[in-house]
Design a protein around this ligand. Structure first.
Ligand code: NAI
Ligand code: MG
Length: 362
């Protein structure tokens, strides 16, 4: 049977880059003989909100439940709806209700992109020197809503917000990260801060050690988050899989792609690895109202997210082929099309077509 994929373009450039992502997914499906069935939904965008008074239909959960994956563009149109309503009313509901407890972001220096990082001798980092996967815990940790305020407005004002770590929650994200390390270069780095955060972070470290015992083939190290950010900048070649709690992972998953020249082409996946609920694949960028409607958005983040989707469904060769096709188009030697954010004059569709073509012929 075909894999059922819900397509939600959302707002702004989401509606421009999603069709290019689908074009490439369809080319991959044809080449690798993958049965995919797409179904599009018009909710999670401001026009839907204007018509219905909400971002999602009341039965959104039932309507999306039967899908293996959601291929998402971007949501948000501040001129029409405040961001906290549009994002909390859609994307963040998906992540929570569908228990997408792993957030994955690859950070890989692509050809033709200039990393802001240099080697010790001052020469630029080359493609291939940075290739890491940041695995962020996405449901608990520092982002709990447990806490409160007391004595508001007085000098005794007091605010508390708790970190929550459960054995179930920590172990499941660690297991996912170790499995990824095993299929990559066999190295895992854990982000910690057990020298300062003296209760929860030592627990995290303890669970890392327990999980490491089950993966003797994976080499493990850990760094406190402060020095870890410095290592990202000074020796990014060291890192393969990096696993982190919700807050530390949030920071690292912006820093990693930024070290690769731009977060504009970065992809991400929000996963429920057991597949009890749909997982969601989306570019890191938002709806970009400043360039929306002009056909010049860079579709690579969306296309790369499609590669992550196929990998999740078990089609690793198709994933690798899409990444290679992106690299072929971006390679300056190929003279491939580039959108204005990458210094070119190409249109969104030119880039989508070129990647699909590279995938067919490469
Ligand atoms: P943004 O990522 O939409 O745009 C930031 C800057 O990067 C803009 O100058 C934009 O033109 C440029 N940019 C982004 N993606 C690009 C692409 N594919 N090609 C070329 N240039 C690109 O972030 P911003 O402006 O802070 O947010 C705009 C709206 O998007 C807001 O409503 C925000 O809440 C929402 N948003 C939604 C996200 C999501 O759906 N996951 C993530 C981030 C923001
Ligand atoms: Mg962030």
């Amino acid at each position: 049977p075909a894999h059922r994929i819900a397509v939600i373009p959302g707002d702004g450039i989401g509606t421009e880059v999603v069709p290019e992502g689908l074009r490439v997914l369809e080319a991959a499906a044809a080449r690798f003989d993958i049965p995919l069935r797409f179904e599009s939904f018009d909710f999670a965008c401001w026009p839907y909100y204007e018509r219905h008074g909400g971002m999602l239909p009341p039965d959104w959960r039932e309507r999306l439940m039967g899908f293996e994956a959601i291929y998402f563009g971007a949501v948000g149109w501040p001129e029409k709806i405040p961001d906290h309503i549009s994002l909390w009313g859609s994307l963040l509901q998906f992540r929570r209700v569908f228990d997408q407890y792993v957030n994955v972001r690859p950070a890989r220096l692509m050809p033709g992109l200039r990393s802001p990082l240099v080697r010790r001798d001052g020469t630029p980092r080359q493609p291939g020197e940075i290739d890491m996967l940041i695995v962020r815990e996405n449901t608990e940790g520092e982002y709990s809503s447990i806490g409160g305020r007391m004595f508001e407005g007085t000098e005794r004002e007091l605010v508390v917000q708790e970190t929550v770590m459960t054995r179930h929650g920590v172990d499941r994200v660690l297991r996912f990260a170790f499995e990824q390390a095993r299929r990559r270069r066999g190295r895992l780095t854990s982000a910690t801060k057990s020298n300062g955060i003296s209760i929860s972070m030592p627990y995290w470290d303890e669970r890392v050690r327990a999980m490491a015992a089950q993966y003797p083939d994976v080499s493990v190290d850990q760094f406190h988050i402060d020095i870890l950010t410095a290592h990202f900048v000074q020796r990014p070649e060291h890192f393969d899989v990096v696993v982190a709690s919700n807050l530390f992972g949030d920071i690292l998953s912006d820093l990693g792609p930024a070290c690769c020249g731009t977060i504009g082409i970065a992809p991400s996946a929000n996963l429920n690895p057991e597949r009890r609920f749909p997982s969601l694949f989306e570019p890191v960028h938002g709806s970009a109202p400043d360039i929306a409607g002009r056909g010049i958005a860079n579709p690579i983040g969306q296309i790369w997210s499609g590669a992550l989707l196929l990998d999740f469904l078990g089609y690793r060769a198709a994933h690798d082929a899409i990444v290679r096709a992106i690299e072929a188009v971006l390679d300056p030697a190929s003279g491939g099309p580039r959108t204005p954010d990458m210094g070119g004059t190409a249109r969104t569709t030119d880039v989508g077509r070129a990647v699909a073509e590279a995938l067919r012929t490469g």
